[in-house]
Design a protein around this ligand. Structure first.
Ligand SMILES: Nc1ncnc2c1ncn2[C@@H]1O[C@H](COP(=O)(O)OP(=O)(O)O)[C@@H](O)[C@H]1O
Ligand SMILES: [Mg+2]
Length: 251
């Protein structure tokens, strides 16, 4: 039963394991992860390719069920929910940004931003419309709202994807390598936006990245190796992060 005190963390994983396949072919992507995501902060998840970053994000976002353990959004256990309930929760309380933008090519920028409401069968009320227009302005998309994705640069497409993810004012914004296919100037824009969302609007952000520059915008850095969390600290400059990651990998 929900109580009246809000959960301290926006999302959490408790004893989470994830095994893909079985027998000789089994891949242990997560080997027992405990993680609490603080509200209103940017948490970066770092680690080498194959360390389990994307799997952890997908499990925490309810896109993949954990093999063992529990996943919570606030104080609700989402790992026990059925598909329908989870889908509704994802559409209303979570936002997603991926390396590949994932915009619908047939819709213009504004229609893409409004898509979560369409999918959830919710109308866009006046308050929400004002919020969407503010996002459009703040994300520098005003001149681009009637453009289709293929008429936009990669950086502009990713800004549309961020606006779409923020439009529902989600409890948590999950971003998996959001700057992975962008040039450095566009990457900086995208990272500034995630930082602004957290600092100005109190948005909780979980950012998967292997880039120390991207991670330097985070309040906290969690390092993964071989399906486990092996380091967890307050971050720093890109140089400090790169150094600590290097130390960790040769230890
Ligand atoms: N759907 C899947 N089926 C089988 N193995 C998978 C699947 N997704 C990820 N893996 C494996 O799980 C491990 C962790 O992958 P992933 O979470 O994608 O790592 P990262 O995002 O850190 O690169 C890797 O060995 C990967 O090959
Ligand atoms: Mg990945």
């Amino acid at each position: 039963m929900p109580n009246n005190t809000p959960a301290l963390s926006a999302a959490s994983a408790v004893g989470v394991t994830k095994v893909f396949g079985s027998g000789d072919g089994a891949v242990h992507a997560l080997r027992g992860v405990d993680l609490e995501i603080s509200r209103g902060r940017v948490t970066a998840i770092m680690g080498q390719s194959g360390s389990g970053k994307s799997t952890l994000l997908q499990v925490m976002a309810g896109l993949e069920p954990p093999t063992e353990g529990r996943v919570l959004l606030g104080d609700e256990v989402i790992s026990a929910m059925g598909d329908e309930q989870l889908t509704r929760l994802r559409r209303t309380r979570m936002g997603f940004v991926f390396q590949s933008f994932n915009l619908l090519p047939a819709l213009d920028a504004l229609e893409n931003i409004r898509l979560p409401f369409l999918l959830a069968g919710r109308s866009v009320d006046r308050d929400t419309e004002a919020w969407i227009q503010l996002l459009v302005d703040r994300l520098g998309l005003r001149e681009r709202v009637t453009h289709r994705p293929q008429q936009l640069s990669g950086g502009q497409q990713q800004r549309v994807a961020i606006a779409r993810a923020l439009a529902t004012r989600p409890d948590v914004l999950f971003a998996d390598e959001p700057t992975g296919s962008l040039d450095s100037a566009s990457s900086r824009d995208v990272l500034d936006l995630l930082r602004t969302a957290s600092a100005e609007w109190g948005q909780t952000v979980v950012l998967v990245t292997h880039d120390p520059v991207a991670a330097s915008t985070a309040d906290r850095i969690v390092r993964m190796a071989d399906g486990r969390i092996v380091d967890d600290w307050d971050g720093g400059t890109a140089e400090q992060i790169a150094e600590r990651m290097l130390e960790g990998s040769i230890r």
